[in-house]
Ligand binder design. Structure first.
Ligand SMILES: [Zn+2]
Length: 294
């Protein structure tokens, strides 16, 4: 028993340049958590589809998908095995300021977070990188393990059954720990660090994390404060911590291949052509005289 508990204490990720090395208590198997997360994800998508809120194509979806693809290519820096996760992206049309990533690589964004905060690509990459970081670090599995060890979470064994009603009941219990409970400040700091490095390596400017969290904070006084802030409580020191990490990740960003800018930005960046200088008028040459014989 002692041996299995000792084995259960490990770090899910390699440290990266940001140096996240905390040992974690992981008693419930990763496969169980991933299986239950998949049940919740499928239910969420089915519900969104029935309500006509599931977006699976179009400019907004493609924009997210491009960013997700670039970030996903970097996950091996922290965890080789997550390259084999069956990564998926869901976009739900709802005015909710929230985004999640479940273990197993199931990313969900709501249109509300992109539109209400008018997120740039760099800022979207910061949100997504932060969420992917929670999944790579398996923060949800840690909390599920803690609840299981304390006999608060009782249905874990039922996850293995083939009874779909029982599975859904267990998945709902797990979802509470994966999506509803606030993350600890330590988990938040870890997700900021790992997320910054993922985004920097993917070619997104890590300085956008500062503008992102300022936008998020500006919404917090609203009568509908962002759901994201209830599950990602801001350590008061978040912005200072991010600022302190920037010198570590900026060189990665500077060395990274950058994403193609969207078409409209490309056009805006075209240098203004200098006004054509009047050319001295030359007598027209007879064209035929200069043409070489083929
Ligand atoms: Zn978080």
């Amino acid at each position: 028993m002692l041996a299995s508990l000792l084995l259960a204490c490990a770090s899910t990720t390699k440290p990266g340049v940001v140096g996240v090395t905390r040992q974690q208590f992981l008693m419930v198997p990763a496969a169980t958590v991933e299986k239950m997360a998949l049940v919740s994800y499928a239910q969420q998508n089915q519900k969104a589809k029935e309500e006509g809120k599931l977006i699976t194509a179009g400019a907004e979806y493609e924009r997210l998908d491009r960013i997700a693809t670039r970030l996903r290519k970097q996950v091996g820096i922290f965890r080789e095995d997550t390259r084999d996760w069956k990564w998926q992206l869901t976009l739900i049309d709802a005015p909710v300021i929230n985004a999640t990533c479940a273990p197993g690589g199931k990313i969900t964004f709501y249109t509300g977070i992109i539109r209400k905060l008018a997120l740039t690509d760099d800022e979207i990459a910061m949100v997504m990188g932060h969420e992917i970081a929670h999944a790579l670090r398996e923060h949800g599995r840690e909390r599920i393990s803690q609840a299981y060890a304390q006999n608060i979470l009782t249905g874990v064994a039922l996850a293995a059954t083939n009874n779909s009603q029982q599975q859904i009941a267990v998945a709902n219990q797990f979802a509470h720990y994966l999506y509803t409970l606030p993350n600890s400040r330590q988990n938040e700091s870890e997700a900021d660090a790992v997320g910054l490095e993922l985004a920097a390596r993917a070619g997104y400017n890590p300085a956008a994390a500062i503008s992102l969290w300022k936008k998020m904070a500006a919404e917090s006084g609203d009568k509908n404060p962002p759901q994201f802030l209830s599950t990602h409580p801001a350590p008061e020191t978040r912005v200072e911590e991010i600022n302190a990490m920037l010198p570590k990740v900026m060189p990665l960003y500077q060395a990274a291949a950058k994403p193609e800018p969207p078409v409209e930005e490309k056009n805006a960046q075209q240098p203004v052509q200098p006004q054509a200088q009047p050319q001295p008028v030359r007598p027209a040459q007879p064209v035929t005289a200069k043409r070489k014989k083929a």
